[in-house]
Design a protein around this ligand. Structure first.
Ligand code: G6P
Length: 519
């Protein structure tokens, strides 16, 4: 993935015409919309990705995850003959870029690739620009701000390099806006996703004021005093970029409230609950859509043979011991290290569990272009080895760390869990909590961080923890292990009900309907 990057970042000269915000603002409105799409989606990561096969041939893989499956289902709902949804995404690696090069206007569906019912336009972003936009700004600045991951005594530092990176982010956003403007029919609805594309709504509105534009944030939103760590002009550009939309979506009320508090600080902005009036004119609606999982689809997947064979392997590994499970990307915000410290604390302070439990930690590599992530993964491995050294005895293996991404194994792990640990320091929602609730065959007790978006809906039925307090997290693991079966059953049923309340298809179509009706 992202193979043009080596561990050392080097900054090649930019090959694009940098637009100042003023220049972008004066872009004349287009009067000749050429596209035919009635509904468009834009996201950095698209529904398909390519890999190079053994002979260098392109192999297409379908993306997984809530948005992809929700959209696929919504696309399948469209009446036959209707214009397909057009999904605009970025080429993420060399194989994606080769595929983009073969497709007229980047339209994979027109190049004979099977993209399902949605049409896919993949943008061949110049690798240095993609690196600045995705790695340097989206993942290293915006993700860190929204998840409050900086330790401000040392970081961040916004200097000349940041300004170059920011220009890359502007250019990358402008590529999306231009592609959307070309594909969209008059009056079409455009649903822009996430922190990679926060300038797109404003850029697109200037090109195509006829469109209905929505943006959805899949992350938390930082409180204003943290959000204003960003340079003032950049902060304002982001907020005004988003306010170019007709509708802004968030996963929880807390994140929507925090966003409203941030825009309140801007001149010319009036905020009334869930409505923002921009410069005395347009009203931008703010909506809350707590994405859930498709319970039927997940259970059906869990019934397949590959999951059953992984479940048998895991059961053989556990040898009847009680399983404490977590499934995460190795992501700083997921708080895997404190989760391991809590497990160590459990074994140190409650020796009755030694030999009786096993902690299965599925922590798949993520964003390894960034040194912070590589270091974090190394610290997870180190601590797991230390715990093993401290406690392993006889045939008891206290902890198993899995670092390869294996979806059927994750499903099997979630279905076998007796305790599921979801302890992020901050998380937009955390769909693992919901997937675990739906898949559980053991009435798993959910140990849940109060800082996860899922807490708003699931907190009542979970054991809620302060993610920084490892002693309290260890105590919650203990409470989960001794909980009476009847209480586990009641809580598990409540959690499963909540998890499937807003499946991706409904999440998507609700937003589309709200955008169309202006509500
Ligand atoms: C989060 C973001 C998504 C992103 C995903 C994986 O869930 O909200 O937009 O796609 O992480 O991150 P990656 O950087 O691998 O796309």
């Amino acid at each position: 993935m992202r193979s043009w990057l080596s561990g050392q970042r080097r900054w090649p000269t930019l090959r694009f015409v940098q637009r100042s915000p003023e220049a972008t603002q004066s872009t004349p409105a287009r009067t000749d919309p050429a596209g035919t799409a009635r509904v468009l989606v834009a996201s950095n990561r698209g529904p398909v990705a390519f890999a190079s096969g053994p002979d260098g041939e392109l192999q297409l893989r379908r993306g997984a995850g809530g948005l992809v499956s929700g959209l696929a289902q919504a696309a399948a709902d469209a009446p036959p003959g209707a214009e397909p949804i057009v999904w605009v995404c970025a080429a993420l690696g060399e194989a994606d870029r080769r595929a983009a090069g073969r497709a007229p206007d980047g339209r994979l569906d027109r190049a004979g690739f099977d993209t399902g019912r949605a049409a896919v336009r993949i943008l061949d972003v110049d690798p240095p620009i993609f690196d600045r936009a995705y790695n340097a700004i989206a993942n290293r600045v915006l993700w860190f701000i929204q998840h409050m991951l900086y330790a401000p005594a040392a970081q961040p530092v916004f200097g000349a390099e940041f300004r170059q990176d920011w220009a890359g982010y502007e250019a990358y956003n402008a590529m999306f806006a231009e592609a959307l403007a070309q594909e969209a029919a008059p009056g079409a609805s455009v649903l822009v996703q996430d922190y990679h594309l926060m300038l797109v709504p404003g850029q697109l509105r200037r090109m195509r004021p006829d469109l209905r534009i929505a943006h959805f944030s899949h992350t938390p939103w930082a409180p204003p005093e943290y959000f204003r760590i960003l340079p003032d002009d950049v902060r304002e550009q982001i907020l005004r970029g988003l306010l170019g939309a007709d509708r802004l979506g968030f996963l929880t009320d807390d994140w929507a409230d925090a966003f409203e508090q941030c825009v309140r600080a801007l001149p010319g902005i009036e905020v009334r609950r869930r409505q923002v009036r921009v410069d005395g004119g347009r009203t931008v609606r703010v909506g809350v859509h707590p994405l859930g999982v498709d319970a039927g689809e997940l259970r059906e997947r869990a019934g397949q043979a590959d999951v059953a064979s992984r479940a048998a392997e895991l059961a053989a590994l556990a040898r009847g011991r009680r399983l404490i499970v977590r499934v995460d990307r190795t992501e700083l915000s997921k708080n895997i290290v404190r989760g391991l410290l809590a497990y160590r604390e459990l074994l140190r302070t409650r020796p009755q569990w030694r030999g009786k439990v096993m902690h299965l930690v599925c922590a798949y590599p993520s964003r390894h272009n960034l040194p912070e992530y590589r270091e974090y993964t190394a610290s997870v491995r180190r601590l797991a080895a230390e715990i093993d050294d401290e406690f392993a005895v006889g045939d008891w293996c206290p902890l198993r760390l899995e670092v390869t991404d294996d979806y059927p194994r994750s499903i099997a792990a979630l279905s076998l869990a007796e305790v599921l640990v979801v302890n992020p320091v901050r998380d937009g929602m955390n769909l693992v909590a919901k997937e675990g609730a739906v898949l559980s065959r053991q009435d798993a007790v959910l140990v849940l961080s109060r800082e996860a978006g899922a807490h708003a809906e699931m907190g009542r039925s979970a054991l809620v923890v302060n993610p920084f307090d490892v002693q309290a997290t260890a105590a919650a693991m203990h409470t989960a292990l001794v909980m009476p079966a009847s209480e586990r059953h009641r809580r598990a049923a409540e959690l499963a009900g909540v998890a499937g309340r807003l499946p991706p298809r409904t999440w998507f179509t609700d937003q589309l309907a709200a955008l169309a009706s202006g509500s």
